[in-house]
Design a protein. Structure first.
Length: 242
């Protein structure tokens, strides 16, 4: 098992896909909240999105960035074409870009940002909370990539900052739905471990679930369980020049 280092700063880069020329990152508190439904002025939040696009593309008015209205489901949107700008898609919790050139983004606080990539530059990025994990959203991404001729055995899956298995306590019903095991009281569950098992069961050989906990490292990351209204974003981007 190979871990993925997470660098410091407002844009905490993961090194999981550096050898493929693919960029992965999670923003931190230093970058501010990216939630457009927060109490902060909309202009301030949109300014952070512009700054993120400038960080990715060198200019906020070039490049392609996609987001969606997240609903804790298992729908994955496929993005292709030669458009330019920021596409805010319909209700979905995952994105897939079959070719290089499109940056994918999901909003998270404790849920798991799941980064999926192929050496060709095809990428998928998922927002997986307990409902998305129960629905096996990673299987939908792997299915769609396979439909583009990219087998699971050639994929790499990494995960970003999310709540850890010690901090994420769920009800007995949710615990049973996620693990198949009965418990009598609220019990912690490790979403990243479950997602890693799901990916391996699909045939993914290179799975890297290690990442900081948003609750344990609350000074660095927003955490819903810690009472934070803010949200960071995970981003996955395969530049055309990669």
């Amino acid at each position: 098992m190979t871990s993925s280092a997470l660098a410091a700063g407002p844009y905490a880069s993961l090194d999981a896909f550096d050898d493929w020329g693919i960029r992965a990152l999670v923003t931190t508190r230093d970058a501010g909240t990216f939630s457009t439904s927060s109490d902060e002025p909309a202009a301030a939040v949109l300014g952070r999105w512009d700054a993120l696009r400038a960080h990715l593309f060198g200019d906020p008015d070039v490049g392609r960035l996609v987001t969606a209205r997240q609903v804790h489901g298992a729908r994955v949107l496929v993005h292709d074409g030669a458009w330019v700008g920021w596409l805010r898609g319909p209700a979905a919790d995952g994105h897939l870009a079959p070719e290089r050139g499109t940056a994918l983004a999901v909003s998270v606080a404790d849920c798991v940002p799941v980064f999926v990539a192929h050496p060709s530059g095809a990428t998928a990025l998922l927002h997986s909370g307990w409902r998305g994990t129960e629905a096996n959203i990673v299987a939908e991404a792997v299915r769609l990539l396979a439909a583009h001729g990219l087998p699971a055995s050639e994929l790499r899956v990494a995960m970003g900052a999310a709540i850890c298995g010690r901090c994420y306590e769920v009800s007995p019903d949710v615990h049973r739905r996620l693990t198949g095991r009965e418990v009598a009281a609220p019990t912690p569950v490790d979403l990243r471990a479950i997602i890693a098992d799901q990916a391996r069961a699909l045939g993914v050989r290179d799975v890297r679930p290690e990442a900081p906990c948003t609750r344990c490292d609350n000074e660095r990351f927003f955490s819903h369980r810690a009472g934070d209204p803010g949200r960071q974003v995970g981003v996955l981007y395969a530049p055309r020049s990669g």
